[in-house]
Design a binder for this molecule. Structure first.
Ligand code: HEC
Length: 141
């Protein structure tokens, strides 16, 4: 009986969705219908803020290469798509008072967009992009 309980516990653990999958779904802003996107984003923000609480922007973006981040933002046409969504110069999409409220969550959002849009950015590139967005828009400490 005890063995049976152990086995079923192990099975239950193994069917838990890995956080990576949930995070992948969160860049649905870029692709999927709004309802999926809303659900995925909520899950993602909860996961990311749990991970990110302790980290300050100074820690997280310490290694950031700002000129590289600026170049990557241009090269990947981030603004063009955001402009289609919000008009202006597209920067209204960055809402420091919105769902993203920690430096870790910001980096997580850029990472999930990287995966969803298949940009194949390296981790240091994701960090550099996030650092530029933080400097110019979010201003997390
Ligand atoms: C194909 C279109 C598209 C492209 C390309 C795109 N985005 Fe987005 N992005 C969106 C949409 C749409 C949203 C907003 C989703 C919502 O709020 O419902 C968004 C939201 C974001 C947010 C969250 C803003 C906030 O504060 O809530 C960040 C950060 C972001 N994008 C970063 C990037 C970066 C960096 C790139 C380029 C590497 C990029 N995006 C390219 C469509 C795009």
């Amino acid at each position: 009986m005890a063995d049976f309980a152990r086995v079923s516990l192990a099975m239950m653990k193994s069917v838990h969705t890995p956080p990576g999958l949930l995070q992948l779904a969160a860049c649905a802003p870029h692709a999927a219908p709004n309802i999926i996107l809303a659900m995925a984003l909520v899950v993602n923000m909860v996961l990311m803020s749990a991970n990110a609480k302790a980290q300050t922007a100074a820690d997280l973006y310490k290694e950031a290469d700002l000129p590289l981040g600026e170049k990557l933002l241009r090269d990947h046409r981030c603004a063009e798509c955001h402009i289609r969504r919000v008009g202006g110069d597209g920067t209204a999409i960055y809402r420091p008072k919105g769902r993203i409220n920690t430096p870790g969550a910001l980096r997580g959002m850029v990472e999930t967009c990287n995966l969803e849009l298949n940009l194949t950015l390296f981790p240091d590139e994701v960090t550099s992009i996030s650092a530029v967005l933080n400097r110019d828009h979010y201003r997390f400490k």
